[in-house]
Design a protein around this ligand. Structure first.
Ligand code: G3H
Ligand code: 13P
Ligand code: ZN
Length: 314
């Protein structure tokens, strides 16, 4: 059942977080649905602009609709990840997406508000919710430098929420995208979340760049010929404290890429005479499902499927 991201946030807010996982292909789609059913968790499927270009947006939609039939008990939302204005409009008009993210965080404050507000007006007219971003994460957005210039200013966040009309906000609290986070310590700034939550109780926040980059996964990749040096991620013990502070959605993509890389590197190394790509594909689906279920446990969304269904169908 496809539900809205807003409905999922209502159930999760303050208690746990919904896992938001990126998909690009059939194997990720099947593993994601399987893992969420195994852990009885509601979830958010994230589709990036890159994914829409790689696996054609029509194919992605068809795969997700098919997966919803294969797993009829699944409860999930479909979300555009890091959209620009044009892509947001395309997703809003598609009649398929539950929510979009407009990422104008690289713009000046006023311009970010103006762009976000335009998207909010278009989205709300057809019942779609909008995630916006204020502040700059590292990784794909790391071109901003200086003395903590990337972190979200809570005063600005409150003004931004009020003036843009967005439904949730990705706050930059020290995480970054990709496999190389935190040089020299965790550095997650929960005080920013506390401050926003105190002034905007009930308003859902989003934590991007939340992959944990497991050391054993990195070690296995490197043992099979990889070269990930200095990779590090978010301590998984930080997920629940973030959820308690109003983070209702936690974004995880890189960790799935690590699972894919480990499975395929190990398979190709162990079976140099093999050419049936369905074999590592099958292993990946099972391993990704296991990974997703483990994350849902850590986010607190595991076991929340029936409560979520009851909430959205009430
Ligand atoms: O934050 C970005 C996500 O990890 C998606 O990455 O744009 O390469 O699909 P992508
Ligand atoms: P990671 O790179 O930590 O998985 O973050 C993903 C993300 O924030 C997608 O929007
Ligand atoms: Zn992100």
């Amino acid at each position: 059942m496809i539900v809205t991201t807003g409905q999922l946030s209502e159930v999760a807010y303050g208690g746990f977080a919904i896992g938001a996982y990126n998909i690009n292909n059939a194997e990720q789609t099947m593993g994601l649905f399987q893992g969420c059913m195994d852990s009885q968790a509601p979830f958010i499927i994230q589709i990036s602009k890159g994914a829409r270009a790689y696996t054609d947006k029509r194919l992605l939609e068809a795969m997700i609709r098919a997966a919803a039939e294969i797993f009829p008990d699944a409860v999930f939302a479909v979300h555009l990840d890091h959209g620009d204005e044009e892509t947001c409009y395309d997703c809003i008009d598609s009649g398929f997406f539950s929510s979009v993210m407009i990422d104008a965080s690289h713009e000046e404050f006023e311009e970010n508000i103006a762009i976000t507000k335009r998207v909010v007006d278009r989205a709300h007219a057809v019942g779609i919710s909008v995630e916006a971003e204020l502040g700059v994460l590292g990784g794909v957005e790391e071109d901003v430098v200086g003395d903590n210039p990337c972190l979200t200013d809570p005063d600005e966040a409150v003004e931004f929420i009020d003036r843009s009309g967005c439904d949730s906000l990705a706050a930059a609290i020290g995480t970054s995208h990709g496999a190389y986070k935190f040089e020299g310590g965790q550095g997650i700034h929960f005080d920013i979340l506390d401050d926003i939550k105190a002034r905007k109780p009930g308003f859902p926040l989003v934590m991007h760049g939340s992959s944990s980059v497991p050391a054993d996964e990195v070690a296995r990749i490197n043992a099979a010929g990889g070269k990930l040096v200095g990779a590090a991620g978010v301590d998984v013990k930080q997920y629940m404290p973030a959820a308690k502070r109003g983070v209702a959605k936690i974004n995880i993509d890189t960790d799935g890429r690590l699972v894919w890389t480990r499975v395929h590197r190990e398979h190709l190394t162990a079976t140099p005479d093999e050419i049936d790509f369905r074999k590592p594909g099958k292993t990946f689906i099972a391993e990704y499902a296991k990974f997703i279920a483990s994350r849902n446990e850590l986010l607190g969304s595991a076991g929340q499927l029936e409560a979520t269904r009851a909430h959205v169908t009430a």
